[in-house]
Write a protein that binds this ligand. Structure first.
Ligand SMILES: [Cu+2]
Length: 126
């Protein structure tokens, strides 16, 4: 490859990387419903650091995507979240800070439509 082509490719990769970072900052959590070896999971969660100046003020923003071919529920009781997500749909859920159960740091997310659908936890650092 010519040197100019390599520089162009590197510049493109850098800009694409910056784009991904700014998209990631626009939300506090990303969740995807998938099926692995016959078991359905909500993948996602992790940490939300409320002390970070990069996050959206006043609310938590979650991007929730259902990659499966049936309706699935996305619920976080301690954040008053209960949403049905249609097949192939991506929804943005905004949770006002006032809806968080302040006594908790670890929040369970799960599918309220299927008991066998495995969820996970989200840690909120206050
Ligand atoms: Cu489900």
């Amino acid at each position: 490859m010519k040197k100019s082509v390599i520089i162009f490719v590197l510049a493109f990769v850098m800009f694409a990387g910056i784009g991904l970072v700014s998209v990631a900052q626009a939300q506090d959590g990303k969740f995807v419903a998938v099926e692995i070896a016959g078991t359905k999971f909500w993948l996602g969660g992790g940490d939300v650091d409320l002390r970070s100046g990069l996050r959206t003020a006043g609310a938590l923003i979650f991007k929730v995507t259902n990659k499966l071919d049936a309706d699935h529920g996305f619920a976080i009781d301690a954040m008053k979240v209960k949403q049905v997500v249609k097949p192939g749909e991506e929804v943005t859920i905004s949770v006002p800070m006032g809806d968080l159960d302040q006594a908790l740091a670890v929040y369970k997310f799960y599918c309220h439509l299927h008991p066998g659908h495995i969820g996970g936890t989200l840690v909120v650092v206050k």
